[in-house]
Design a protein around this ligand. Structure first.
Ligand code: SF4
Length: 338
């Protein structure tokens, strides 16, 4: 069952300026995104910096208002809710931020930070609140003695654990984890990902896990969506993304992921040029200026996300369901030529 359904979601930021604050254009940060997240699953959302993935996360929570589209959570359209109803719904939808230090108030003790949501949503006060905070600290691998300490007394990994305890305090069903491990050492990254997986199993949580790194989302995600210039270009069960990626952009991202076995060789695909500006995105397929496989149609017509019977969706004129297939099924071990 879908817990979240996003339909044709757009977020355009206006570019105003000049003498009379003239409208100069818009940044299409999220451009017609549709996706679903099933109850209990983790959807990994991956793309280069600036592709719109964090904006998409914030628009889903309505921390940023969308320009158009629908966000349906537990069968209710979030755009139709009153401010009071939206506040109540936010209890079910929490976010974990990338930089745990910046997201914690340096003047608040850990106990206050984690317990703040309990008070705001009138879930517990006094001793009941303290007991619940202690329980949460234990659940995320912290100790009761940490209750009275300040954020600066903790390591990066511990601070992210505090952020997770704060998100869990109001018993959410859905958590957006926005680059939750990208500021941490690799060894600590694995601990935090394992913790999130354990919590998901225990509490039947649903995650949207945002990262710029395909390696990071591999073990936690049931499905993975690849985003480029505000659009989803490929979405599929994890196995299919890692073993049989279809979109040239996904293959390029995968070719940059280091292999654990030094004996295995792979050919790195170097993308031409930089990510184009979302203010004036390229015509047709927005990936065409960087794509080695572009054809004439790629420049003139925008591809649509098309799905095969195994729920593998690809937005490409050349590769995808019923189209050209890659000769090398595993791009991480062999050549990349189609
Ligand atoms: Fe490349 Fe064309 Fe596919 Fe875009 S539509 S990814 S330009 S082959």
């Amino acid at each position: 069952m879908n817990l979240l359904e996003v339909r044709n979601l757009k977020k355009y930021f206006p570019l105003d300026g000049g003498l009379f604050s003239r409208h100069k254009g818009e940044v299409k940060a999220v451009d017609d995104v549709s996706l679903t997240v099933e109850e209990g699953e983790t959807l990994g959302l991956v793309g280069e910096s600036g592709c719109g993935k964090s904006t998409l996360g914030r628009v889903i929570l309505r921390l940023i208002e969308p320009t158009a589209g629908e966000i349906v959570f537990e069968g209710k359209d979030l755009m139709e809710l009153s401010p009071r109803q939206l506040r109540e719904m936010r209890r079910e939808m929490q976010i974990i931020f990338q930089d745990p230090y910046a997201s914690l108030n340096p003047r608040m003790r850990v106990g206050e930070t984690v317990g703040e949501g309990l008070e705001i949503h009138k879930l517990a006060t006094g001793k009941k609140k303290r007991d619940r905070v202690m329980e949460l600290l234990n659940q995320v691998g912290l100790k009761e003695e940490h209750y009275d300490r300040y954020p600066h007394e903790f390591s990066g990994g511990q601070r992210q654990r505090i952020g997770i305890a704060r998100a869990l305090s109001v018993n959410p069903r859905f958590i957006i984890a926005d680059e939750p491990v990208s500021s941490l050492d690799v060894s600590i990254q694995a601990q935090i990902i394992n913790l999130l997986q354990e919590l998901q199993e225990k509490m039947h949580l649903t995650y949207l896990f945002i990262s710029h790194d395909l390696r990071v989302v591999e073990h936690i995600s049931h499905r993975v969506a690849i985003m480029y210039l505000g659009k989803i270009v490929e979405i599929a069960p994890s196995d299919a993304i890692y073993k049989d990626p279809k979109h040239p952009y996904t293959r390029a991202l995968l070719s940059a992921v280091p292999l654990p076995d030094p004996e295995r060789k792979k050919e790195r695909i170097i993308l031409e040029g930089d990510v184009p500006s979302p203010v004036n995105p390229p015509s047709g397929c927005s990936f065409h200026p960087r794509c080695a496989y572009r054809e004439d149609i790629c420049i003139s017509a925008e591809p649509r996300l098309e799905f095969d019977a195994d729920h593998h969706g690809v937005s490409c004129h050349v590769f995808g369901p019923g189209k050209r297939v890659w000769k090398t099924p595993d791009p991480t071990t062999k050549g990349q030529r189609a």
